[in-house]
Design a protein. Structure first.
Length: 193
C-alpha cells in the first residue's frame, strides 16, 4: 500500500505543530517556576545539588551556592538542607561540597543539614523531606532558574508547598540544560517524578 504524499505532509505538519506547542508550553512552565520568590517565610531551604568536578565545583553548582549564600546571609534564621549524593565520577557528595563552600564563606555548620544519598531531583526532595521536622509542610527550593518549575511540581507531589530562590544558569550550558529540562518537565507532569 502506497502512502500518498499528502498524508506524509500532513503527518509532518502535525509533528512539527506538536513540537512547537510542547516547546512553548514547557517554556511557560519554566517561567512560572520562578514564582513565588522566597522572602524568608520558610524556616528551611533545600539547596539542590549539581555536578562536582574533580578539582572544583561545576558552574551550575557554584551559581546555586552563590544564590544560597546570599539568601542565607539575608535570612539568618533559615536552615539549609544541602541535597545531593556522590556520582561515580565525583570526588565527594554534592552535599559535602556544598557544606565546604558555605562554611568557607561564613555560614555556621549548625545551620546546615546534609542529605547525601539522592541521585535525582525527586530523591533530593523526598529524602530532604525526611530530614524536616514533622510539622513542616512548606520549604524554599534553591536551584537553577530553569529547574525550579519541575522541582516545585515534585515538591507538590510529596505534599510540600514551596517558594523559590533562582540561581542563574551558566551560559555555557544554558541551551543544553533548557532542552533537557523541557523533556524532564514533560515526564514529571506525566508521571509525577
Amino acid at each position: 500500500m502506497k502512502i500518498s504524499r499528502r498524508v506524509i505532509l500532513i503527518a509532518c505538519f502535525l509533528v512539527v505543530a506538536a513540537g512547537i506547542f510542547c516547546w512553548s508550553r514547557t517554556g511557560k512552565w519554566i517561567e512560572s517556576g520562578l514564582e513565588p520568590k522566597a522572602d524568608g517565610t520558610n524556616d528551611y531551604a533545600i539547596v539542590l545539588g549539581a555536578k562536582v568536578k574533580q578539582d572544583s565545583l561545576s558552574l551550575s553548582l557554584r551559581y546555586r551556592l552563590d544564590a544560597a549564600l546570599a539568601y542565607a546571609n539575608e535570612y539568618s534564621h533559615v536552615t539549609l538542607i544541602l541535597s545531593g549524593g556522590q556520582g561515580s565520577d565525583e570526588p565527594m557528595s554534592e552535599a559535602e561540597a556544598m557544606r565546604r563552600f558555605l562554611t568557607d564563606n561564613g555560614i555556621e555548620d549548625s545551620r546546615l543539614i546534609l542529605e547525601d544519598a539522592s541521585t535525582s531531583t525527586y530523591e533530593n526532595l523526598l529524602f530532604s523531606k525526611k530530614l524536616l521536622p514533622s510539622d513542616v509542610d512548606s520549604i524554599t527550593i534553591v536551584s537553577s532558574d530553569f529547574h525550579l518549575a519541575r522541582a516545585q511540581k515534585i515538591a507538590e507531589s510529596i505534599d510540600l508547598k514551596s517558594d523559590v530562590v533562582a540561581a542563574k544558569t551558566p551560559k555555557v550550558v544554558e541551551a543544553k540544560s533548557n532542552f533537557r529540562e523541557r523533556i524532564a518537565l514533560v515526564k514529571t507532569f506525566v508521571v509525577g517524578r
